[in-house]
Design a protein around this ligand. Sequence first.
Ligand code: FAD
Ligand code: MLT
Ligand code: ZN
Length: 479
Amino acid sequence: VPASSKVVRDERFATLDDQDIKHFSGIVGSKGLVVDKDELEVANTDWMRKFKGSAQLLLRPQSSNQVAEILKYSSSRRIAVVPQGGNTGLVGGSVPVFDEVIVNLGAMNSIISFDEVSGILICEAGCILETLDKFLADKGFMFPLDLGAKGSCQIGGNVSTNAGGLRLIRYGSLHGNILGLEVVLSDGTILDMLSSLRKDNTGYDLKQLFIGAEGTLGVVTKVAVLTPQKLPSVNVGFLACTDYTSCQKMLLEARKHLGEVLSAFEFIDSFALDMVLKHSGHRHPLPDAKEKFYLLIETTGSNQSHDKEKLDNFVETVLTQGLVVDGTIAQDNTQISNFWHIREAWFLQLPPLGKAGAVYKYDLSIPIKDLYNLVEILRERLGGLATVVAYGHLGDGNLHLNISAPDYDEKASFFFQIEPFVYEWTAAHKGSVSAEHGLGFMKAHAIHYSRSPETVELMRKMKAMLDPNGILNPYKVIA
Ligand code: FAD
Ligand code: MLT
Ligand code: ZN
């Protein structure tokens, strides 16, 4: 879908000319300036292949000073810019809508320092998440964020989307783990907020503004993050529940019995699991189970025999209580990674990257008691027109509602059964229309379902103050 079919280009933005290209070339040099059509095609297209821009220029700055020079010049000429990390975002925020210049941080990928006593890592924004995690693992630490896109996404992108991921239930959100940032503002000011202190109550905590700002307020260039110890004992159970009430009770029981070691509580319904197994070739972890809900529960601790015994006892208890009707605990690391591969395949194997057409994705926070009602209601509304599958971070109240259809067609009758209903229902139940993926381009129009007019107005004022020419990621978030 060309994203531009929904909005009109803001004609106040300049169109690039030869002088501009020459100027940018003077800042980033020939290795940082990309005009090659194939490379531009990739950078213009989002990970879902659903949104596509038409940037004629991609810049790869190698330092914060270069980012500052790029933005200063862009502001002066009113050239619109899209900050880009690994381009794995799921809401069309990381690609241009029209001809905005793409500024990709990938060449700024140095690890600046790591302090083993405090566990504080400082690095440039273009570091790939998995690279950071491997670096930390060698030192006995781990990154407090993990997600399926870890091999491609950059820490600057994670910060800018305030990514949640698979272990938020244990390690909390980036708002807590990020201790400091360096950010370049649209006029080229380099804002040094790179504190590496756990406690720092000197005035407003401005870095928080940029965590989750999706590149609309500044470009994140450096990050300081608090990392936990990597604990040696990991255990994973895959359990089947007949109904959603049991899933909720399972969360309560898991908190009660596994509290201090619980590190993931994920769910998938049978519709999603069937689809994943069909397209991925993975074997069902519980071949005889025919239940409607499955839970992946992970514990992480420091004592293998103690932690394993805890999970075994827990599973026995919930089986006896009838909350779970079938279950298995991974016996070795291979099985653990198999279970997690199935979890990550929940998404990777779904269309359009898989084989079943197009997928309409909704990433919602909903009070846990109501969360699955929406799935059932939508299934009924859509009848056989499209397949509704659900999974998500149940421990965090985060539903990933996916509707698989033959094509992307926002004029098709089934689409009108989905939107705006999904957003209205979520708002009516005091949920959020974006739990962890952000608003980007896809949901910029939907912000008012989750934020009051006064709040959105304040956001607009803040945007106008920090980016008076509106050059940073236009048409996104509060477009
Ligand atoms: P991009 O996609 O390049 O950019 C995302 C947004 O941030 C854009 O608006 C962009 O303009 C902005 N941005 C990027 N870098 C910067 C910067 N340095 N400064 C300012 N703005 C910047 N998300 C979750 O929360 N939880 C998950 O479990 C999860 N799993 C995923 C699994 C898969 C397979 C995929 C493809 C995505 C998943 N996501 C998940 C989506 C998630 O938002 C991204 O994977 C990740 O956080 C984005 O990082 P990125 O470097 O790819 O950023
Ligand atoms: C996940 O939890 O797998 C990601 O957020 C991606 C998705 O929504 O499918
Ligand atoms: Zn997710």
